[in-house]
Each structure stands twice: as structure tokens, then as C-alpha cells.
Design a protein around this ligand. Structure first.
Ligand code: NAP
Ligand code: HSE
Length: 438
């Protein structure tokens, strides 16, 4: 690794790693590199579950441990870097480290999204820093810009692709080559997916990340249970074909935007026009679009997962924590909570919709569906009849609507599903709105 860390002759700052997996190993390699050592950082201990597992990095003997108590109590450890993942025991160890006056760096979005407020207060009470740049967007600097460089702005909106695994899967499916299962297995082999892919595929990971970003951007404490969440399991290969015919691709989006009366935070698959830049963010790349009242639109793109990009963000935090430890400056604090910005319910959302249905291929069916939509004040923009099956007497219909309220659309779907000639409403995908089509 080539780096140009600040060099120092001061006494070393001790680092204790909790976890030596994909990210922990890359962070350890960076700490052990000549530049890491010249910058005055010393890797004192690394906690693992199973010391017999092969590692991507060779540690000095005696550094690896299975005893969290000795690491957390060690007077040599000034900065604790939590890279275990999951809620517990990570939360307990971070709490203990902060309470013992140690600076903490973590990449753990679950812990920060659920317990960030309490941990930030604990860090402040103990006069230490808590940093989590790697918790969102892997190597992309986004937390610190929101905390610091953009602090003079009122943030109007964020829209992001912040889960590398699902973006990789959707990209493979869009290219026409891969099934959902094969693309997921590939993402796991490459170290992008969490051990339990549910967190990625069902949208939990993106929910944790947008909750963290929304807290920093809008000064609103966003409970993860309050965020609308829909994953990518329903997205089928034909959705990509039909979307392409209509001029779109499909992405898992996470968004938070000031609307009339509050803030709407949502995670779901969306049809994105193929000619907007977000449609071209492929594979494990992540992107965060931010809009500030002073700065206007901004675009942060980069590798959102993987060992070295994530280690880049973690090491940035570790070097900042070392500066704070040495009495040089402080890390920026989160915005004050804004009591006047309530969270809005997804029922308030308004957009166009793509609806895929399997129906009996016979006269009058379309009129019934149009009637159910019309009753809910939803107007149809396009209808495509795709993939007929003459043997079964069925056909697949794709309907694109004009903008409608989510609550109305959900009621219309219930009514359509109950129609005798409709086998199933196989998918409902929201169409993301961009300035050119607003
Ligand atoms: P990982 O490969 O699964 O590594 C986890 C490490 O933690 C392993 O070394 C494991 O020990 C250790 N560990 C887990 N539970 C433990 C316990 N109870 N006691 C002791 N050690 C324990 O995970 P990762 O991919 O490096 O991810 C680490 C963190 O970074 C997570 O919060 C993740 O969300 C975040 N992150 C990851 C990426 C990425 O691309 N992978 C990107 C951004 C953020 P053993 O090795 O002995 O099993
Ligand atoms: N599983 C996560 C992703 C890793 O796919 O984006 C980065 O947090």
C-alpha cells in the first residue's frame, strides 16, 4: 500500500482491532506498513473468534487474541477500531471502549444507525471521538463532508445507491447474463455481501446507511423501523427487459428528501431513466447525490465495499483520532436535532408506477384494471402486452401510470389483485423522478 501519512517522532498511538476479517485484515496491513508505522500508529492487539483461521495479513506474534477484556482494558490501546459487524457484542465493546476513555472508529452501520445518538453522547461525556466514515459507502468520503464541509448548507435531499451487493446483483441481471442466485453467490465470493445476505438483499443494510446519512444531513433522528423498506427479491429478469423497452433500468435506491410538512426516507427498487448518470453506476460502485441550498447538487461516487476501499475510510478516521489523541483539534459533531422536521409516512409519497400483472388474455380485462385505477384517481400513461402464453390463455401486462399518491396506488393494487381475471400483480416498482421529467 502506498500512503503518505503524516510522519511523526512522537510516542506511538496504540490501536486495538476488534475483528480481522475482510476489512480488519486490510486495516491491519495498512497499520503494519512502513507508512503506518512512521505515522506513529502501533497495532497492539487484534480480536478474533477463531485464531486458527487463515488470514490475509501476518501479524506480529502475540498480537492476535480471543480475549476482548484484555484488549479493552489494555493501557496500551488508545484507539479501538471495531470491524466485527452485527449489533452485539459490537455495541457492548464500543460502549466499554468509550466509557474507558478510548477513541473509537467503527464501520458498523447497524450499531451507528440504531445507537448512534447514545454513543455520540457517551463519547462526548468521556472527551473522546467516535468516527464511522466507513459505515456508509465503503471508501466514499460522505460522513465527514456532511458533518463538516457542508455544514453551512441546509440539505434539501439525498438520493443514493448505497448497497454494493444489490447493485452488483442488479447490474449482472440487467446485463442479461446472471440469475439472482448466481449473482449473489458471486458477490459473496468477492467479499461484498454480508455473511447473511438478507441484510443486503432485503434492504436492511441500505436502511441503516440512509438512517445515518439522514441524521447527519437533516439533524433528524430517524428510527430504522420508521423507514420504508423494500428489497430486490421480487425483481425478475423480465422486469429488466420491460424496463429497458420503456427507457429505464432498475436500481435499489435509498432516498431522504424534505417534502411539504417533513422528511420522507425510503429504500426500494426504482425505475431509473437510462439516460441519467445514476443508471450508469454499476457493479459494486456506490453513489450519493446530495443537494444543498448553497452548494446545489453534489455527486459522491466510488467503491462502496471491499477490503481496501473500506480500509481507506477506516484509516482516515484512525489518523484523525490519533491527531485528537495528540491534542491537535477535534472531530466535528453531528448537527443539533431539528424538532420541526417530522418524518413522513410512505403513504404520502407521490410518483409514477410500473405495474407488472399476469392476466387472462381475454376481452374486457384491461377495462376492469383501468377502472380500478381510475376509481383511485390514477391515470394510465402506457400499457404493454408482453409474453403471451396461448396454452394457458394468459398474458403479462405492464402498465405505467402518471404520478399518483402511494396510498391510492396500494389501494388500487389490492382491488386489481382481487379481480377474477387477474392471476397476480407480480411486481410494482416506483419510477424515480428526475428534474428533467418533474
Ligand atoms: P468479516 O469479514 O465477517 O470479519 C469479521 C471479523 O470479526 C472476523 O475476523 C471475526 O473473527 C471477528 N468477529 C466477529 N464476531 C466476533 C466476536 N463475537 N468475537 C470476536 N471476534 C469476532 O466482516 P467484514 O466484511 O470485514 O466487515 C466488518 C465491518 O465492516 C462490518 O461492520 C461491515 O458491515 C463493515 N463494512 C464491510 C465492508 C465490506 O466490503 N466487507 C464495507 C463497508 C463496511 P473470525 O475471523 O475469527 O471469524
Ligand atoms: N454489504 C455491504 C454492501 C458492504 O454490499 O454494500 C458495505 O457496507
Amino acid at each position: 500500500m502506498n500512503a503518505t501519512y503524516e510522519r511523526t517522532n512522537e510516542a506511538p498511538v496504540g490501536v486495538g482491532l476488534l475483528g480481522l476479517g475482510v476489512v480488519g485484515s486490510a486495516v491491519a496491513a495498512s497499520l503494519l506498513s512502513a507508512d503506518g508505522q512512521r505515522s506513529g500508529l502501533r497495532l497492539c492487539a487484534a480480536l478474533v473468534r477463531d485464531p486458527s483461521r487463515p488470514r490475509a495479513v501476518e501479524l506480529p506474534s502475540g498480537t492476535m487474541t480471543t480475549d476482548p477484556d484484555s484488549l479493552l482494558a489494555s493501557p496500551d490501546v488508545d484507539i479501538v477500531v471495531e470491524l466485527m459487524g452485527g449489533e452485539e457484542p459490537a455495541l457492548e465493546y464500543i460502549t466499554r471502549a468509550l466509557s474507558a476513555g478510548k477513541h473509537v472508529v467503527t464501520a458498523n452501520k447497524e450499531v451507528i444507525s440504531k445507537h448512534g445518538e447514545r454513543l455520540r453522547n457517551l463519547a462526548s461525556e468521556n472527551g473522546v471521538s467516535l468516527q464511522y466514515e466507513a459505515s456508509v459507502g465503503g471508501g466514499i468520503p460522505i460522513i465527514n463532508p456532511l458533518l463538516d464541509d457542508l455544514i453551512a448548507n441546509q440539505i434539501l435531499g439525498l438520493r443514493a445507491i448505497i448497497n454494493g451487493t444489490t447493485n452488483y446483483i442488479l447490474t449482472q441481471m440487467a446485463a442479461g447474463g446472471a440469475s439472482f442466485e448466481d449473482a449473489l453467490a458471486d458477490a459473496q465470493r468477492l467479499g461484498y455481501a454480508e455473511a447473511d445476505p438478507t441484510a443486503d438483499v432485503d434492504g436492511f443494510d441500505a436502511v441503516y446507511k440512509i438512517a445515518i446519512l439522514a441524521r447527519l444531513a437533516f439533524g433528524v433522528s430517524v428510527p430504522v423501523e420508521g423507514i420504508y423498506r423494500e428489497g430486490i427479491r421480487r425483481t425478475a429478469s423480465q422486469d429488466f427487459r420491460y424496463a429497458e423497452e420503456l427507457g429505464y433500468t432498475i436500481k435499489l435506491l435509498a432516498a431522504a428528501r424534505r417534502e411539504d410538512g417533513g422528511l420522507l426516507v425510503r429504500v426500494h427498487p426504482a425505475l431509473v431513466p437510462t439516460d441519467v448518470p445514476m443508471a450508469k453506476v454499476e457493479g459494486v460502485l456506490n453513489v450519493v447525490e446530495a443537494e444543498g441550498d448553497l452548494v446545489g447538487p453534489l455527486w459522491f461516487q466510488g467503491r462502496g465495499a471491499g477490503a481496501e476501499p473500506t480500509a481507506s475510510a477506516v484509516m482516515g478516521d484512525v489518523l484523525r483520532a490519533a491527531s485528537v489523541f495528540r491534542g491537535r483539534g477535534n472531530v466535528p459533531r453531528a448537527r443539533q436535532i431539528d424538532p420541526d422536521l417530522p418524518l413522513l409516512d410512505m403513504a404520502e409519497h407521490q410518483c409514477r408506477y410500473y405495474v407488472r400483472l399476469t392476466v387472462r388474455d381475454q376481452p374486457g380485462v384491461l377495462a376492469l384494471i383501468a377502472g380500478a385505477l381510475g376509481d383511485m384517481e390514477i391515470s394510465i400513461a402506457h400499457v404493454l402486452q408482453m409474453d403471451d402464453d396461448p396454452e394457458l390463455g394468459s398474458a403479462e401486462l405492464v402498465i405505467m401510470t402518471h404520478p399518483a399518491r402511494e396510498a391510492n396506488m396500494q389501494r388500487a393494487v389490492e382491488r386489481i389483485d382481487a379481480l377474477g381475471d387477474v392471476d397476480t400483480v407480480a411486481n410494482l416498482i416506483r419510477v424515480e423522478s428526475y428534474p428533467s421529467d418533474r
